[in-house]
Design a protein around this ligand. Structure first.
Ligand code: O2Y
Ligand code: MN
Length: 599
């Protein structure tokens, strides 16, 4: 299909205007076909970006530039008309000024390259919760990864042609090619020219200068979280940084759980977990993002808007996440910035295979003990979710799945117990709003200081987080039947003894906590009412087969009153950042907690 074939003038003009500004050599409208995927992979092999691997099947190794290896939060902007609407957690920029800056950068930026126009759906195309996007990009790497991570298809083009709404996404690696200039394997712009910009009022994303992950695959963090959080606020639903899992009891009863943890807390591992408790089953709906809407029956229904996993490779192993390893064994994956073994496979730190001489992520010779890491710490795999051996059969149900429990959590070596059930929806929102991890001694602020990441959304909320808290409260207040809303829990797998020993084994043993959560949602499961919430009573957690001392169990399930009282001023300071946009109800939750602790 040619641009001139497009009948929708809004779509056609938008593409033509960007093509006029960027001056690409060619414009291609993508169709999501296998030929298109293979063609882009071949282009990337020719350019030296990809190497076809011998194993797993139909998979590629990709290396990025040294300077382009992760999301760049300092170069990520929310360009709302009013600065106060972006809030204290975002970098704001005036939208008109930013458009001027971008116009300068995009002028001629695709010279010597092909402009691809990618029609994609976040969520199953026919789902009432799904939303469409069009991404203009000059990166075949983005085309390949969007094929895996979203639903790229001509059906979306047809729907947009027929008038369906779409989010306008524009991306360039920011590296035009002069007439005779040879390309490099990973074209990108220097850091000061990288701009990951969001225009929430017009639902636009414009990204310049980076080809990596969340900076360039605009369906993921930019659309499915930053823009979608604004759409969700305006339309009365939730766009969240949450995994979704299906939990089945030995009796065959199913509960669906959504869970928010900050990056690097094992979300993908939990989403694909192998329970150690006999007869229990965990299946995956999604590992990173959940879009949730109240259904006509008053329950909260969730879809995974993505179609693949963009997981962090280092640390992924048969111990930490056997189902991710099995998903990768099926092939059809892209491995970005991992090591390459001598037999044409991939390797990363904590991989199951013993380290042996290989080629590192920058394709330099590497051997164990050489003092460098073989994989970049943010090395990633992109792989279709459908290949996961524990993907739930209903993961693409257009209606979504009804959520029974919402989990929040962070890395807390002290104070916070293993599991805690909120006393109410408002208390649950308070737990989400006070999500935090402890900083290590090396981090600024020192050990014991908390880094707050409310709802794990600080890098991803497209508007003022005070208003975001209010939106969560409003959804609860407006629910037709509050008893049908999910119950909210706070979990902490990372508790340590004063001597620094992990108190909880984690991984598949987390199924013991999921069982208690399941029981609570089923109107069973014993809990003790405490000042901080409803905690599992010592006999409510199934610890059979675990060699835990009574002392450790007690430490995991106790209320550390003194510790909580010490934490309160940090919560107060955290809340103060939101000024008069902090909902009264959350200030009241904090005051009530203080009163209960001091009683
Ligand atoms: O560095 C990147 O671009 C990837 S960040 C990412 C990728 C997958 C899932 N979550 C995240 C995250 O930062 O939360
Ligand atoms: Mn994430």
């Amino acid at each position: 299909m040619q641009v001139t074939d497009l009948k929708n003038p809004a779509l056609r003009t938008w593409i033509q205007e960007w093509a006029e500004l960027c001056t690409p050599d060619h414009v291609v409208i993508c169709d999501g076909s296998k030929q298109e995927y293979d063609h882009c992979c071949n282009l990337l092999v020719k350019a030296g970006t990809f190497i076809k691997l011998d194993a797993p099947a139909n998979s590629y190794h990709c290396r990025s530039d040294l300077s382009d290896v992760a999301r760049v939060e300092d170069r990520t902007f929310i360009c709302s008309t009013r600065k106060e609407d972006a809030g204290p957690s975002n970098h704001w920029h005036d939208p008109a000024d930013m458009r001027q800056v971008l116009k300068g950068l995009f002028k001629g930026c695709m010279k010597g390259r092909t402009m691809f126009v990618i029609p994609f759906s976040m969520g199953p195309v026919e789902s009432p919760i799904a939303k469409f996007g069009m991404e203009i990009t000059d990166s075949p790497y983005v085309v390949v990864n969007m094929h895996i991570m979203t639903r790229v298809c001509s059906k979306v083009t047809a729907k947009v042609e027929a008038g369906a709404e779409f989010v306008r996404c524009v991306h360039s690696v920011g590296a035009p090619l002069a007439e005779t200039q040879a390309d490099v394997p990973w074209p990108c712009a220097p850091i000061e020219k990288k701009y990951i910009t969001h225009f929430p009022e017009t639902r636009e994303i414009i990204s310049f200068g980076s080809g990596y992950g969340g900076n360039a695959l605009l369906g993921k963090k930019c659309f499915a979280l930053r823009i979608a959080s604004v759409q969700a606020r305006d339309e009365g639903w939730l766009a969240e940084h949450m995994l979704i899992l299906k939990l089945t009891s030995p009796a065959g009863v199913v509960k669906y759980v959504a869970a928010a943890f900050p990056s690097a807390c094992g979300k993908t591992n939990l989403a694909m977990m192998e329970p150690t408790l006999a007869g229990w089953k965990v299946e995956t709906i999604g590992d990173d993002i959940a879009w949730m809407k109240l259904g006509a029956d008053g329950r909260l229904y969730a879809i995974n808007p993505e179609a693949g996993f963009f997981g962090v490779a280092p640390g992924t192993s048969m111990k930490s996440n056997p189902n991710a390893m099995r998903t990768l064994d099926q092939g059809n994956a892209v491995f970005t910035n991992t090591g390459i073994t001598m037999d044409g496979g991939v390797w990363w730190e904590d991989h199951d295979a013993a380290p042996a001489p290989m080629v590192d992520w920058q394709r330099r010779p590497w051997s164990p003990g050489c003092g460098r890491k073989a994989a970049h710490p943010n090395a990633r795999f992109t792989v279709p979710a459908a290949q996961c051996p524990v993907i739930a059969s209903e993961w693409e149900d257009p209606a979504g799945v009804p959520i029974d429990a919402i989990l929040f959590g962070g890395r807390r070596a002290s104070v916070v117990p293993l599991a805690n059930e909120a006393l109410s929806w408002e208390h649950g929102v308070f737990l989400g709003a006070t999500m935090a991890s402890e900083m290590t001694a090396a981090a600024i602020g020192g050990a014991g200081q908390l880094r707050f990441d409310p709802f794990a959304m600080v890098p991803f909320c497209g508007y003022h987080m005070g208003d975001y808290f209010a939106h969560w409260l409003k959804l609860g207040a407006q629910a037709p039947d509050r008893s049908r809303l999910p119950r909210i829990f706070y979990v902490n797998w990372f508790r340590k003894s004063p001597a620094g020993k992990w108190l909880w084994p984690g991984f598949g043993e987390n199924s013991r906590v999921l069982k208690w959560i399941f029981d609570r949602c089923n109107g069973q499961g014993k809990a003790v009412s405490t000042a901080i919430g409803n905690l599992p009573s010592a006999d409510a957690l199934d610890l059979t087969g675990l060699r835990m001392t009574d002392e450790d169990t007690q430490a995991l399930l106790a209320v550390d009153r003194a510790g909580w009282l010490e934490v309160l001023p940090q919560i107060e300071a955290h809340f103060a950042r939101f000024g008069n946009r902090l909902p009264e109800a959350l200030a009241k939750q904090l005051a009530d907690l203080k009163a209960r602790l001091e009683a």
